[in-house]
Design a protein around this ligand. Structure first.
Ligand code: SF4
Ligand code: SF4
Ligand code: SF4
Ligand code: FES
Length: 537
């Protein structure tokens, strides 16, 4: 019997002085400082987490390992040669030195070799002021290119998208763009062409390019620049305004880069901020140029004697307040209704409904978003009590089964599609696509079923029946959280696999395969789209 009494299990924290999770941490010494890190971390990650800077160039935390630049070399006690810290996992008791004379010399040498092809035209380069190469060159005190660049005879080949300009001479062949294009959207447009001195990056599968700009975002130098605006500005001339992309419900965070006259010249993202973690789709990255259009309304218009006349915001708002007050007094608040824009953020929509209810006194409020998703919102609310997604978007990254029904996230919502791809990369998630159309996700699917259009209800009910018959139900959950389960089960009686085949064309063996994959998975994500939402069943 222990001091806690017979039979009582001892919580971890009482036997182990370390907080939960830290007990599996490894200890190592970096530059004389003892630090702790998780076993799966690399030397670079452990160092950065503990505030120790190791210079890098090709490494990017969002991408798979590249290991092309050798700038991140460090010495490890017991190892004959310096190792790339971005690629070397930590070991308990490891002793690392990041600033020895030998590694500084080797880094400098690696940098000089990177400069062989590089013109160091920082004064006219778009990336000047925020270029990783420029920073490293400055850090290592390299004042000139010791191997003046030879003219390379690279055949002019257009990039994957006209929205990005490629500058071959500025490229340091770090391969970030190639990895980004494969790892993030999965487009696989770029590759290294030729070997040795003439080696360069080329858009070899141009048709795959979706103009997402992920390559542009990760390029550490000015070898890829956007062509959004013919006007350019140096970093220090631009004002960066953080805002929310207005194009879809994803709500990506982006920065509008404007020159003094408020002209937007490019769009960037800040680190890993927002739900998009620095990525954007073509609309957010390159579709904002409409704000510069000369026909865009920038001032309110009030109709005076039948003609719309430009006016000040004060006058326009006074006019709105006066008219609304008159209408409310004369006809009552219920004669007033408001429709919010589908482009409004959640916060703006919230404020709008609050204003309509509290100030006007009416519940006649709608949103234009209802036109596209109203049926799904009402359906989700009726079934689950939630008028929208049941989870934050990021949770899809944890899934080990992605069931994609009548949705094309790659085309319709790239940021969500990128998160789904993370589930494949991290968890080896299985993918089932059920869609009569061929979409990009079919490429990554373990199983692609093509039901006849309009037959989703049949196969979904058939799948439910198979799962219930196979015992894939949590009785405690059903008892505690649901109602009407018995009548639901009874309603599935006629949805035998044969019936499903007749109605949808999905064979019994395919439906059973789907049921097995679904049953085996521990964390499933169901992604449905307009194919089921905007269809008769
Ligand atoms: S814009 Fe996107 S799809 Fe096109 S090459 Fe760059 S990363 Fe690949
Ligand atoms: S274009 Fe940029 S990201 Fe791609 S290899 Fe060259 S320097 Fe690296
Ligand atoms: S997914 Fe594209 S359109 Fe939607 S919010 Fe993000 S950048 Fe904008
Ligand atoms: S940052 Fe490690 S090899 Fe490039």
């Amino acid at each position: 019997m222990d001091k806690h009494g017979e039979g009582r299990s001892i919580p971890d924290e009482e036997t182990n002085p370390l907080p939960r999770g830290l007990e599996s941490m490894l200890k190592l010494t970096i530059d004389g400082k003892e630090v702790s890190a998780r076993p799966e971390q690399t030397i670079l990650e452990a160092a950065r987490q503990n505030g120790i800077d190791i210079p890098t160039l090709c490494y990017h935390e969002k991408l798979s390992l590249i290991k092309s630049c050798r700038i991140c070399l460090v010495e490890v006690e017991g190892a004959e040669m310096p190792v790339a810290s971005c690629a070397t996992p930590i070991v308990d008791g490891m002793v690392v030195r990041t600033r020895t004379e030998r590694v500084e010399r080797m880094r400098r040498e690696a940098l000089r070799l990177l400069l062989v092809n590089h013109p160091l035209d920082c004064p006219v380069c778009d990336a000047g002021g925020e270029c990783h190469l420029q920073n490293r060159v400055y850090e290592f005190g390299i004042e000139r290119n010791e191997f003046p660049p030879e003219k390379r005879d690279i055949p002019a080949s257009p990039y994957g998208t006209p929205l990005i300009r490629q500058w071959f001479d500025r490229c340091v062949m770090c391969l970030r763009c190639v990895h980004a294009c494969i790892d993030v959207p999965g487009a696989d447009v770029l590759d290294v062409v030729e070997r040795g001195f003439p080696a360069h990056i080329e858009a070899v599968r141009k048709d795959n390019c979706i103009s997402c700009g992920e390559c542009l975002r990760v390029c550490p130098v000015g070898a890829l620049t956007e062509t959004l605006s013919p006007e350019k500005g140096r970093t220090w001339q631009l004002t960066r305004t953080q805002t929310t992309c207005p194009f879809c419900g994803c709500g990506c965070q982006l920065e509008l880069n404007s020159l003094g006259d408020k002209k937007v010249v490019k769009v960037t993202t800040k680190g890993e901020s927002g739900v998009n973690r620095g990525s954007l789709c073509v609309k957010g990255r390159f579709g904002i140029d409409w704000v510069n259009h000369p026909d865009r309304l920038k001032k309110p218009l009030v109709r005076k004697e039948g003609v719309l006349v430009e006016t000040s915001w004060d006058e326009a708002l006074d006019f709105v307040v006066t008219r609304l007050r008159q209408l409310k007094e004369k006809f009552g608040p219920q004669t007033i209704g408001g429709i919010a824009s589908a482009r409004a953020t959640n916060e703006e929509s919230y404020l709008f409904q609050k204003w309509m209810r509290a100030c006007i006194g009416t519940n006649n409020i709608d949103s234009a978003a209802d036109l596209a998703s109203g049926a799904a919102i009402r359906g989700m609310n009726a079934c689950l009590g939630v008028p929208g997604m049941t989870h934050p978007m990021d949770h899809v990254e944890e899934a080990d089964l992605l069931l994609v029904i009548g949705a094309d996230p790659y085309d319709d919502n790239l940021i969500f599609s990128n998160k789904m791809r993370l589930a494949i990369r991290r968890n080896n998630a299985k993918v089932v696509v059920v869609d009569p159309r061929q979409t990009q996700w079919e490429k990554w699917a373990d199983l692609w079923l093509r039901p006849l259009p309009g037959s989703d209800r049949a196969w979904i009910n058939g799948l439910s029946r198979l799962l219930i018959e196979g015992g894939s139900v949590r009785k405690d959950f059903i008892e505690e959280k649901t109602e009407g389960f018995d009548s639901f089960r009874a309603s599935l009686e006629r949805f035998s696999t044969e019936f499903v085949r007749e109605v949808s064309g999905i064979t019994p063996s395919d439906l059973e395969k789907l049921a097995r994959l679904y049953k085996r998975a521990g964390r499933r994500a169901i992604i449905f789209g307009s194919g089921v939402m905007q269809n008769l069943h």
